[in-house]
Write a protein that binds this ligand. Sequence first.
Ligand code: ATP
Ligand code: MG
Length: 141
Amino acid sequence: MIKRKWYVCEVILKTLTMLDQTITVWGNIDQLKQVLTNLLDNAIKHSEAGGAVRVVLGTNNNDAFISVEDSGPGIPKEALENIWERFYKVDKSRSRRGTGTGLGLSIVNKIVEMHGGKVSAESEPGHGAVFTVYLPSAEQA
Ligand SMILES: Nc1ncnc2c1ncn2[C@@H]1O[C@H](COP(=O)(O)OP(=O)(O)OP(=O)(O)O)[C@@H](O)[C@H]1O
Ligand SMILES: [Mg+2]
């Protein structure tokens, strides 16, 4: 009989939305969903049980932005510019955090670029990571 080891990680998901404003962007809905799925998957995967993942939506000049913030271990400074490369992984071990192919962020970067936007990653090691996707708001297109 094969025994599987399940990892239990309850993560609190917090969303902060601006209710008095509708933010519209043009784009391919499946690809934009893929962007968010990848960022949320990473944020949850790198959170401890009881950790919080925060999603913030807003505008900045002519851009709409959405950021995904976690309270995990963060990303070392020297790795921050490499995480966008295909197959790059900070943690190459076979731990739960090490699962995955290392393709998610390269896909995120490609899709966001194709939509005329940009994506940034910020992290203070030990204090989580914040990924922010900026897309031109539909009013400016
Ligand atoms: N929120 C995060 N906190 C800490 N490290 C992260 C976070 N997001 C990404 N990383 C690091 O960046 C690497 C690349 O992320 P990416 O999403 O491209 O690959 P993956 O999650 O390992 O695999 P895949 O997305 O293909 O399933 C990860 O392996 C991890 O080391
Ligand atoms: Mg990933």
